[in-house]
Design a binder for this molecule. Structure first.
Ligand code: DGJ
Length: 722
């Protein structure tokens, strides 16, 4: 995470200077299977001389002597391509040179090693520290940069990348993930050519709406799930990001990852440290599947709140009631939740504001007291009622926003991001609060804190954010408007830090009008995210597939709804079961058979969720390749697996081969049993109950397409060691 602090680079416990230098000229950052080698050149500059598969013999690194690519290229000097850092000094000099001072290494636990390479300008009092935290078991490296100076006036930072990586491959294929509301995470893969390809966002709050801060880069040849060299990268930043992929005339590629330099000039005061967000990346020479599994493991251990702890199934009311409900109707919905057998009821938008009641999206945001007509006995009553009925209660908040029709707007017009002398610009009839302002930060924190203090029984919060930043101006920042996007995100983190300090284990869903915020900067504070408002299972297969490249299933909230007019309850449920299962449905409109099926499905999910949440994911057949998607999760002892098979809108006479499984133990025998079946829905799997060796299942495979295939049909198959 990015922080500004007044101090020198912290020297951690158990640290050693140059502990990881192979020789005087080399710094090796390494995990179990990956290494990044940096070389200190004769000039004192630091170069990246290797990144890829870890070599078997450490001594071999001594052979590496390339000083072709400076590790963190500075702007304004002789390099004429994109720099990692560009500054202007107090005297107007627009250049920086960075020379090596020392390396400090430290360990936290037996898994993580942090290497800090300290660099300094020989002529100006500017220091830059490159941080690389290597997670051994997960093969993940987290890189970030600290910048500080001692000049007389603030140093102007125009580019300040989190990390720079260099590649010398024959060819490069970039996969990025783009979309829009209800259309998130479309995977697109293209070969890179000479020049500069930029993947970025300038949207501020809801930064990931069009492009997610995630990429996969295949080296030399196109990678698939099991073959090829892949780098998977992600910027942990809840704001404007930029990845630059610049390929030069010699086919060298530099990848610069960080806060978007567009509209982000930063005035850094002397003595303060600017810490960039982290760039989190992994390398795999066994295709994209391994890269995803590395990131999933890292995320559960280090990247999200309580990644190794359980989640709750829930019933949400948004798709069912919208803004129209009262406390009696809600309490009746609690009965629906208990009827289904879920753990929690989640009350969505529409429960608050009195002067301008929140009866639609035009009013009330900012006024977070219970609406007297809808909730005369307040949230407290709902929490108690839920408790009586044996379920937990959760609530929706959108703390960063305000409707012009609200008391907050009337009381604090100076707390809002909006341009002077211009008309206000609305998205969903709302404006963004100025989180650069400490008073606004306190107010936003108090929304959560008051809710939790008044209702300590609340077990879940859905934190929404339904607009991007446009026509942006901060009354608080005055002449430092170029910092508004960065300081906004820092302000948000300040609030979330306080929330987590007081409520460390509260379940919290990160939502942004669907998947407008899906990255590890915010996820650190959350237990799960809302991937998309689109819950049509056909679309969800693609959307969840895209997210699965970077996020473990425990973070991917997936609800069974009535969005689709064609899919059976079984298909909708099977698709939601590959993530954190929930419901957002009018239970009263479900048939008895549908309710019975759902009750059993929730029991099945509770039996299998350990494997789904914490298991290794193997994507077997992509919906981008065939009219079906097949994936499986395998637990770490390889004693249990769960396979999901989804036929899409199958074309006439489509041919489907048997599916070879992955991740099992070839020496073990496994029983394969179909579960989540529903009366009246035919299965195309005829081998339920049979026992096979892991070797057979992975070499020959399973026939999941016996007989005529109907569109939008699915299977959940339990695979158990005998
Ligand atoms: C957008 C979210 O994505 C929905 O799930 C819902 O919470 C609405 N906001 C409520 O306004």
């Amino acid at each position: 995470m990015m922080i500004l602090k007044k101090s020198a680079v912290a020297i951690l416990l158990f640290c050693s200077v140059s502990a990881y230098a192979q020789n005087d000229k080399q710094i090796i950052v390494q995990t179990r299977h990956v290494s990044l080698v940096l070389t200190i050149g004769k000039s004192g500059r630091v170069y990246q001389s290797y990144f890829g598969k870890r070599l078997l013999n450490t001594a071999d690194y001594a052979q590496l002597n390339s000083t072709k690519h400076e590790a963190y290229i500075t702007g304004g000097m002789e390099d004429q391509f994109e720099p990692a850092i560009k500054v202007t000094h107090a005297d107007g000099n627009p250049s920086l040179e960075l020379k090596y001072i020392n390396t400090i290494s430290s360990h936290s636990g037996d898994d993580a090693t942090e290497t800090v390479i300290n660099l300094k300008d020989p002529k100006y009092p500017v220091e830059v520290a490159l941080h690389y935290q290597a997670f051994d078991k997960e093969d993940v490296i987290k890189a970030w940069t600290e910048i500080k100076h001692d000049e007389k006036t603030p140093l102007l930072l125009t580019n300040y990348a989190s990390a720079m990586l260099h590649f010398d491959a024959k060819k490069y294929w970039l996969t990025h993930y783009h979309g829009d509301w209800a259309w998130e995470m479309k995977m697109q893969e293209d070969e890179l050519t000479t020049g500069n390809k930029i993947i970025d966002s300038k949207l501020g709050t809801r930064a990931d709406m069009y492009e997610a801060p995630l990429f996969m880069l295949a080296l030399n040849k196109q990678a698939d799930e099991t073959n090829g060299e892949v780098v998977a990268g992600s910027l942990a930043w809840t704001g404007n990001f930029q990845f630059q992929f610049e390929m030069d005339e010699h086919n060298s590629l530099r990848v610069i990852s960080g806060i978007n330099p567009v509209a982000s000039e930063y005035h850094l005061d002397a003595g303060k440290t600017f810490t960039t967000p982290a760039f989190i990346f992994t390398y795999s020479n066994q295709g994209k599947g391994q890269a995803s599994r590395n990131l999933h493991k890292w995320a559960r251990e280090y990247g999200i709140t309580d990644g190794t702890k359980p989640r709750m199934t829930l019933l949400n009311n948004w798709e069912n009631t919208g803004f129209k409900f009262d406390e009696n109707e809600l309490v009746a919905l609690f009965d629906d939740a208990t009827k289904l057998g879920v753990d929690l009821f989640l009350l969505d938008d529409g429960w608050f504001a009195n002067k301008y009641p929140r009866d639609n999206d035009k009013a009330g945001l900012g006024d977070w007291e219970e609406n007297k007509a809808k909730l005369p006995h307040k949230v407290e009553y709902l929490v108690k009622q839920a408790e009586t009925k044996g379920i937990k209660f959760g609530i929706w908040l959108e703390p960063e926003m305000v409707n012009p029709k609200s008391e907050l707007y009337e009381k604090h017009p100076d707390w809002i991001l909006k341009l002077p002398n211009r008309d206000e610009n609305y998205q969903r009839n709302q404006l963004v609060l100025d989180l650069t302002n400490p008073k606004v930060q306190d107010y936003v924190y108090s929304i959560v804190d008051n809710m939790m203090t008044n209702n300590p029984g609340i077990a879940y919060i859905k934190w929404d954010c339904n607009r991007t930043m446009s026509n942006t101006y901060s009354p608080y920042l005055k002449d430092k408007q170029s910092q508004v996007y960065v300081d906004y995100t820092l302000g948000l983190y300040h609030v979330l830090d306080k929330v987590r300090a007081k409520y460390p284990h509260l379940l919290m869903m990160l939502c942004s009008g669907g998947g407008g915020r899906t990255e590890y900067g915010a996820l650190k504070y959350f237990t799960e995210f809302w991937p998309s408002d689109n819950t049509d299972p056909l679309e969800r297969v693609f959307i969840q597939w895209g997210y699965s490249n970077f996020f473990p299933s425990i973070t991917i909230s997936a609800h069974v709804t009535q969005w689709s007019k064609t899919a059976s309850i079984k298909y909708r449920t099977d698709v939601a079961m590959m993530g954190r299962l929930g419901y957002d449905i009018n239970v009263k409109k479900m048939s008895d058979a549908e309710v019975q099926f759902s009750k059993q499905a929730i029991k099945n999910y509770n039996r299998l969720n350990n494997v789904i949440w914490y298991g290794d994911l193997y994507r077997l057949i992509s919906p981008y390749d065939e009219d079906r998607a097949v994936l499986m999760y395998v637990n770490d002892t390889k004693s249990k697996a769960v396979l999901f098979n989804y036929f899409l809108n199958v074309r006439y006479k489509a041919q489907f081969n048997t599916v070879k499984l992955q991740g099992l133990d070839p020496q073990k025998n496994y029983k394969v049993e179909e579960t989540n079946m529903m009366d009246g829905i035919k299965s195309n799997f005829n081998d339920s109950g049979k026992v096979y060796s892991g070797d057979y299942l992975m070499t020959v495979g399973l026939n999941l397409s016996a007989g005529k295939i109907l569109p939008q049909t699915s299977n959940v198959i339990e695979i158990t060691q005998q």
